[in-house]
Design a protein around this ligand. Structure first.
Ligand code: NAP
Length: 286
């Protein structure tokens, strides 16, 4: 039987942990409420939905937010100016720039302009490098959400073989670093696969844990996994007015031992981890 890993339930638990710390360390000590900045460019519908969900989370927990929504075709120079304003604003504890950006904007320049101490998405090379060196840093929210869901369900990852499908900067690459780190949770043996990997099935059939982040609905099929493996589905794909993951749920369900559903798996964990990072940024600041 496959057990579904309930991201909604865990996110609720983590929200109450955040609220508890907020009350104990900030409100009871009359300190300033944490404040998240969000910069959104253009009118990509998915990005607007993601930002609205993040705002909803802030309101739920009682974290302040400021949204800067820049129109389509905003010049790179203007976006960089807004980032610098967030860097300098003493009331903003941490902020994010919602990706993807329009093609004329250089994503690397944007990431490099963010002050690493306010980089609650954990994309700046200073945070990314510290993560790779097992140092304290902001970790990207989705990777942190995956680690947390595995840990909270007491799924042992140390010594296990993890196969990751997808090597993006925001999901695949960071989770490959964190799963293999010399720390808890970590110590997994990691194989990182991507679009140039021939015969992905050869790797997935040997995996104890598979993390799929490719952006292709139903990519991972039951016949590609071994009996009893643990499957983490990161994909969020709009398909015929439905949200589908990267895992073919029907063929994997029953063969895997654990599976994260879509929706209700890694998505809510990601959102709540951003708030956890914002709270940490605020505590670092006070
Ligand atoms: P991305 O930047 O487009 O990266 C996709 C990765 O998949 C790339 O590394 C690509 O390889 C690889 N890939 C593509 N086709 C492949 C194939 N046929 N075989 C093996 N690898 C293949 O995507 P992303 O930003 O990581 O997002 C992936 C999915 O996760 C999307 O559905 C996205 O919406 C979702 N997502 C969900 C959350 C959440 O909170 N749940 C957060 C972020 C993203 P190359 O590097 O060779 O091109």
């Amino acid at each position: 039987m496959t057990k579904l890993l309930d991201g909604n339930m865990l996110a609720t638990e983590i929200r109450s942990e955040i609220s508890h710390t907020l009350e104990k360390e900030i409100l009871n000590k009359n300190k300033r409420i944490p404040h998240l900045g969000i910069i959104l460019t253009g009118n990509n519908r998915s990005s607007i939905t993601y930002v609205n969900n993040k705002i909803k989370e802030c309101k739920n927990i009682g974290i302040k937010y400021s949204l800067i929504h820049l129109p389509v075709n905003t010049l790179e120079k203007k976006l960089l100016e807004e980032i610098k304003k967030m860097n300098q604003n003493p009331y903003i504890d941490g902020f994010i720039v919602q990706f993807p950006l329009e093609k004329h904007i250089n994503q690397d320049k944007v990431i490099l302009t963010i002050n690493p101490t306010k980089d609650v998405d954990g994309f700046h090379p200073e945070n990314f490098g510290k993560m790779a060196l097992d140092m304290k840093a902001f970790f990207p929210a989705t990777a942190l959400g995956i680690l947390t869901i595995l840990d909270k369900y007491k799924i042992k990852i140390s010594g296990k073989h993890t196969v990751i499908i997808g090597r993006s900067k925001i999901v695949g690459r960071p989770i490959s670093i964190l799963m293999s780190r010399r720390n808890h949770p970590g110590n997994s043996t990691v194989t990182l696969t991507h679009s140039k990997t021939p015969n992905i099935e050869y790797y997935t059939k040997q995996a104890d844990i598979i993390i799929v982040a490719v952006g292709k609905p139903g990519f991972l099929k039951g016949k590609m996994i071994k009996e009893g493996s643990i499957i983490i589905d990161v994909g969020i794909n709009n398909y015929e007015k439905k949200i589908l993951g990267d895992v073919d749920f029907d063929s994997v369900n029953g063969k895997a031992s654990y599976l994260t559903p879509v929706p209700g798996g890694i998505g809510p964990m990601t959102r709540v981890m951003l708030l956890k990072n914002t709270l940490i940024a605020a505590l670092n600041n006070r």
